[in-house]
Design a protein around this ligand. Structure first.
Ligand SMILES: Nc1ncnc2c1ncn2[C@@H]1O[C@H](COP(=O)(O)OP(=O)(O)O)[C@@H](O)[C@H]1O
Ligand SMILES: [Mg+2]
Length: 220
């Protein structure tokens, strides 16, 4: 499902973000990526959804060499990858339902199909009753669950989350983490970066750590 082979990423200012990283994640797997700030966690995820390109080595997602994709073919791959960010990235002037449906509209789904997918997705993240609220009317935890709904409404087989609980209090962080685990139990491959050791310890899942651009196995 996801494979990095000898991946090195050097940014144009010569900062070495990843250094010879090898990683394999099976279909339906779950992986935590930990490591201090600046270690290269976000960079690794960006390589997976094609926001950045490896300087050396190969990045494969769904069997496709991401580094070789451009334009439409990259967009097509991205539709099969859900991404969740630490700062939610919601559109302030759109309601919860619109923030989530927006992804499907952009992909040309019919009104009927959008509705058909929207309701169960909002239910899954426990926000059906907030469908008509605006982001500013929600708590941080709720906003992140909207971000999560948006990431999964297109039913991607792979979900990437970059410090999704970074701005949340422990209770909300746990709630969001439980949703990730539920999605994983439905067969979605999930990769979560975090530096919250407490969460990582609670969820009994494989963990790798990045330090100075190198990957270390912490728990299998
Ligand atoms: N767009 C960029 N241009 C230059 N350097 C970058 C860029 N993005 C990240 N870096 C550098 O790459 C390293 C890894 O960053 P990042 O992947 O964001 O780490 P993390 O997510 O673990 O905090 C850091 O030294 C950071 O400064
Ligand atoms: Mg980061």
């Amino acid at each position: 499902m996801v494979e990095l082979r000898g991946v090195t990423k050097t940014y144009s200012n010569q900062s070495l973000a990843l250094d010879g990283v090898n990683l394999k994640i099976k279909r339906k797997g779950f992986l935590f990526i930990t490591g201090p700030s600046g270690a290269g966690k976000s960079t690794l995820l960006k390589l997976l959804y094609g926001e950045e390109r490896a300087s050396l080595g190969e990045v494969r997602v769904h069997g496709i060499d991401v580094g070789k994709l451009r334009g439409d073919r990259l967009s097509q791959l991205r539709r099969r990858i859900g991404v969740v960010f630490q700062d939610y990235k919601l559109i302030p002037r759109k309601t919860v339902a619109e923030n989530v449906a927006f992804v499907l509209w952009a992909q040309g789904y019919s009104h009927q199909e959008v509705q058909r997918r929207l309701t169960p997705t909002l239910k899954m993240v426990g926000l059906a009753h907030k469908a008509d609220c605006f982001p500013t009317q929600l708590s941080g935890g709720e906003q992140q669950r909207v971000g999560l709904a948006r990431a999964i409404v297109g039913m991607p087989p792979l979900l990437l989350a970059d410090e999704p609980t970074g701005n949340l209090d422990p209770d909300n962080a746990l709630q969001v983490m439980k949703i990730f685990q539920k999605l994983n139990s439905f067969g979605i491959t999930v990769i979560v970066t975090t530096h919250d050791d407490r969460l990582v310890r609670m969820a009994d899942r494989p963990v790798v750590q990045i330090r100075d651009g190198k990957l270390h196995q912490v728990r299998r």
